[in-house]
Design a binder for this molecule. Structure first.
Ligand code: NAD
Length: 471
């Protein structure tokens, strides 16, 4: 069945959702407050950079139109997905500023519409926001009653930037908070016609869905951070290897293997803020909020720990290359990127930082200005440096060979936070390869450990416990 759907907010998530739904045969009316964004979509062009988006919009442009007028979009559709920003405020919770303005306009548009209409909030919001913050706006400005005259759901997405289209069409599950059963059933049916897979659709109250959304992301931050702690521990353990340890963790079905690499701390526009928002919410509920706060603190401490570990390499005047600046590969987004933090910290220590990222050069320059040198190529970045830090698991860096790390002065130290380059660099002459989270059997580390355990065991041998085994 072809449905008429509107998408309000054509940003990183909204534009990709609009194009994805059009690709499944639905007719989409898009709304944004920025005229250039509307014009681009009407020309069949992508308003934001996202993998596959430009192609998808170009191919399905007959089914996608954009407007500045919410009235027109509400009139032309039976569902409206609202995907406007919900920025974090300093206390940690998400602002409803943009959502409230959008809901006011939607409310006015609902007043003019006779047919049933369902509003689906996709933006990430705090528990309680939809029912107690936004629903009253719709009722006030429409003069109608939610559940009787129109429907309201909260259905957030668990997409990753760089794979938004694939993730949206092939989710692990769909989280569907419903104001009432009829609206939930209606939206579930709609999702069945949009998704490419048979993902379970979990229906629940608006509030449970709001909490589930931020708790899923906060839980993932805990997994990432735990694996990073194991990497730091392995880096101090003779023969330690974080990949060996996390592989075991992943084999346990209670834990699972995803997001257990043991490398850089997390960043980006979702994980850090969802984690902090959960902390704020727990505090509001008078529940101990130390868990998210501890994860956040450990994550923020990662860069300092890393620089302390290799401090001898980062002396004033030394030249260090940082490869990968975005918070993840295939993205230009540098928001809360730990690679950027590494650059900032190194620059503060008077280190000459050269950096390269295939996509994020302009964004990094906006953040760091002239404090670092942004190269146009890997070669330009690496050549002047004595040390290289591989900060991203970007496949473009996996292809680097030992000869690419020849600096102007000969060899180089390579700190590989993701350990992808071990096969080609581990035994390469003139390269001091440091795989973060792996440790050799060096005497420096073995000796203190040997002494400690010898003393412990000696104590057992000195004391005669014979005959007391079962007491
Ligand atoms: N980007 C992600 O990875 C991601 C993932 C999951 C959830 N989310 C959530 O989705 C929401 C949107 O995120 P985003 O990254 O797409 O934001 P974004 O800033 O990229 O885009 C938001 C768009 O909404 C438009 N807009 C603002 N007010 C509007 C209004 N009143 N009417 C119509 N359009 C309006 C803006 O002009 C902009 O184009 C946020 O709540 C975010 O937390 C984002």
């Amino acid at each position: 069945m072809t449905r008429n759907i509107s998408v309000i907010g054509l940003g990183k998530l909204g534009a990709s959702m609009a194009a994805s739904m059009a690709s499944r045969g639905h007719r989409i009316t898009c709304v944004d407050v920025i005229p250039q964004v509307v014009d681009l979509v009407n020309q069949g062009k992508a308003p934001v950079q996202e993998t596959g988006l430009a192609e998808l919009i170009a191919v399905h442009k007959e089914r996608i139109r954009a407007t500045l007028d919410i009235n027109e979009a509400i009139k032309a559709s039976e569902f409206s997905f609202v995907i406007v920003p919900t920025p974090s405020v300093p206390q940690g919770y998400f602002s409803l500023e943009y959502a409230a303005r959008a809901f006011k306009k939607i409310g006015r548009a609902l007043a003019l519409k006779e047919e049933w209409h369902t509003v689906v909030l996709t933006s990430t919001v705090m528990p309680g926001s939809t029912r107690y913050g936004l629903l009253p706006i719709l009722e006030t400005y429409s003069g109608k009653i939610c559940g009787k005259d129109f429907g309201l759901c909260y259905s957030p997405e668990f997409i990753a930037l760089g794979s938004v289209i694939r993730d949206f069409l092939n989710p692990d599950f769909v989280l569907l908070g419903e104001h009432n059963v009829r609206t939930g059933e209606h939206l579930e049916q709609c999702y069945r016609e949009i998704l490419c897979n048979q993902a379970p659709i979990s229906r629940m109250s608006l509030e449970n869905a709001e909490l589930a959304k931020i708790s899923v992301n906060a839980f993932v931050t805990a997994k990432i951070t735990f694996a990073n702690l194991m990497a730091e521990a392995c880096a101090s353990l003779p023969g330690g290897d974080v990949d060996v340890v996390t592989r075991v963790l992943g084999l346990d079905s209670r834990i699972g293997s995803k997001y257990l690499t043991g490398a850089m701390g997390y960043g980006g526009p979702c994980f850090p803020r969802d984690n902090r928002a959960l902390g704020w919410f727990l505090e509001c509920c008078s529940v101990q909020d130390v868990f998210p706060a501890t994860i956040d603190r450990l994550n923020r401490g990662f860069v300092q720990n890393l620089l302390a570990r290799y401090q001898d390499l980062f002396t004033p005047g030394s030249r260090v290359a940082v490869l990968g600046l975005a918070y993840k590969p295939f993205s230009h987004i540098v928001e809360e990127s730990q690679a950027l933090e590494i650059c900032r910290e190194l620059a503060m220590r008077q280190v000459e930082v050269h950096a390269f990222d295939p996509l994020a050069k302009h964004e990094a320059h906006r953040e760091l200005g002239n404090h670092i040198r942004l190269a146009d190529s890997l070669e330009e970045c690496l050549h002047p440096c004595q040390v290289a830090i591989i900060a991203s698991p970007d496949p473009a860096f996996d292809r680097l060979r030992a000869e690419d790390f020849k600096s102007a002065n000969g060899g180089m130290t390579v700190i590989d936070l993701w350990r992808h380059l071990a096969p080609q660099l581990e035994d390469a002459p003139e390269i001091n390869y440091q795989a973060f989270g792996r440790q050799s059997w060096s005497d420096d580390l073995v000796e203190p450990l040997r002494r400690h355990w010898q003393e412990v065991v000696a104590e057992y041998l000195d004391n005669d416990y014979s005959g007391k085994d079962h007491q």
